[in-house]
Design a protein around this ligand. Structure first.
Ligand SMILES: [Zn+2]
Length: 78
């Protein structure tokens, strides 16, 4: 397997969709090629960073809080 093939297979490998017959050559190249080992580590890091960028804004925007606060105040006055 060449480094270029390795890069092509990387996404399938990380998503668990790499066919069994491609997995052994992929992992053999990974264990022998320092460049691809580093490349895979950085790729994983990038995916993780992208995932955090997607989830954090949703958690940090308290869209319902003001309305809930109004309801709570109204309920307390009944
Ligand atoms: Zn390589």
């Amino acid at each position: 397997m060449t480094c270029r093939e390795f890069a092509d297979f990387m996404m399938d490998y990380l998503s668990g969709e790499l066919p069994e017959e491609s997995r052994a050559p992929f992992e053999r190249h990974l264990s022998r090629c320092a460049n691809c080992h580093e490349y895979l580590a950085q790729y994983k890091h990038t995916i993780e960073a992208g995932r955090l960028a997607f989830t954090n804004p949703e958690e940090e925007v308290p869209a319902d809080v003001p309305e809930d606060l109004v309801k709570a105040v109204l309920a307390a006055r009944k």
